[in-house]
Design a protein around this ligand. Structure first.
Ligand SMILES: Nc1ncnc2c1ncn2[C@@H]1O[C@H](COP(=O)(O)OP(=O)(O)OP(=O)(O)O)[C@@H](O)[C@H]1O
Length: 337
């Protein structure tokens, strides 16, 4: 049996279909109507011990609902879920001892307590010995720089500090399975790098990681397997390299320039392998290129030679675009394992 086994899993949410206002509420009392939302629609998934899987898809695709069923927070409408042979919603406590969960947009720290107190509560909840707790904390401190955060009340932490403390809270009991939901959302580059390095280290140590993110950088950095879910269905399950190579190579550099160049032809002549276009306003221009063919430095140098660059930004392809292109059929079922 695989570490995680999901078969024909389905989750349907039923909500009241009621017209707005008092009249709507009254009518709903006498004539109850409901609409069903199929959040997860018959998915099959197996994850082996030690795998790092990116579980991605557009907003509302069903990612969080899947993770909630894997952690036992939600009961499936039909189908089966097994995590190390357990049925999570029937055995939530045993499951929680073996699983760590981080939700980037929500904290599991006690808001009014110093981080140290939250961690000690978790130590007691997980029944860790003092020696194990201290050893785990030292390890987390070495990678996440935790010591400086321990005396600080959770509500006073910056977003990046909060994420480091949340990772520690989720992992203080060294769970062999970790679900990370948007762990780098809103973080600056330096903290993002630190979090990614930390997760890579977990994977190198044999932890099984399931990562939900909209950040292509997170995915490429941490995972080798990519599972794409859209409208509750798995539309791709396979190697990450294939998808990145096929759909996600292009980068776009957006330049703000002091004065709009008279013509883009000069820049285009310097960058025959890239696409140069006018930006959304006069003093902006965009260069789209494949970093494997033209380096960012060359693009910058070419634009600087022809225009006075004031600012620049680089965009990676959005996960939404990748999903759209997978849907367009170019990978299709051929990418399914
Ligand atoms: N408790 C609920 N009651 C009713 N509908 C729900 C509930 N939770 C989720 N949904 C709906 O189920 C669908 C899947 O939601 P889910 O949160 O799993 O998506 P997601 O892929 O995690 O999206 P996001 O990236 O925005 O977090 C959405 O249409 C959502 O509105």
């Amino acid at each position: 049996m695989s570490l995680i086994e999901v078969a024909q899993l389905r989750k349907v949410f039923r909500r009241a279909d009621k017209k707005p206002g008092l009249a709507g509420s009254v009518r709903h009392l006498v004539e109850r109507r409901f609409v069903d939302k199929v959040a997860v629609d018959d998915i099959d998934l197996r994850v082996e011990a030690g795998e790092a899987v990116a579980y991605v898809g557009p907003n509302g695709a069903g990612k969080s609902t899947t993770v909630k069923m894997l952690t036992g927070v939600l009961v499936p409408t039909s189908g089966t879920v097994h995590v190390e042979g357990r049925v999570p919603h029937k055995d939530r406590i045993a499951n929680a001892r073996r699983v760590g969960v981080v939700f980037g947009q929500r904290t599991q720290l006690w808001w009014d307590l110093p981080v140290r107190d939250s961690l000690e509560l978790l130590r007691d909840m997980h029944g860790l010995s003092d020696a194990d707790y201290r050893r785990n904390l030292e390890r987390l401190d070495a990678t996440l720089g935790l010591a400086e955060l321990l005396p600080v009340t959770a509500r006073k932490l910056s977003l990046g500090q909060r994420m480091r403390a949340d990772l520690a809270a989720a992992l203080v009991h060294t769970p062999p399975i970790v679900f990370l939901d948007e762990p780098t959302i809103g973080l600056d580059i330096a903290v993002k790098d630190r979090v990614r390095a930390f997760v890579r280290e977990l994977v190198a140590e044999g932890t099984t990681v399931m990562l939900t993110t909209h950040d292509l950088g997170d995915i490429e950095d941490i995972c080798r397997r990519l599972v794409i879910i859209d409208q509750g269905r798995i539309v791709y399950d396979g190697d990450i390299g294939t998808v990145v190579e096929t759909y996600a190579r292009e980068r776009t550099m957006h330049f703000s320039v002091a004065e709009a160049p008279a013509s883009l032809a000069g820049i285009a002549a310097r960058l025959p392998d890239a696409a140069v276009a006018e930006g959304p306003s006069d003093a902006q221009l965009d260069v789209t290129f494949d970093p494997a063919v033209v380096s960012s430095a060359r693009v910058l140098a070419a634009v600087q030679a022809e225009a006075d660059v004031v600012d620049l930004r680089i965009d990676e392809p959005a996960i939404e675009d990748v999903v759209r292109r997978v849907y367009a059929g170019e990978l299709g079922a051929g990418g399914m394992q």
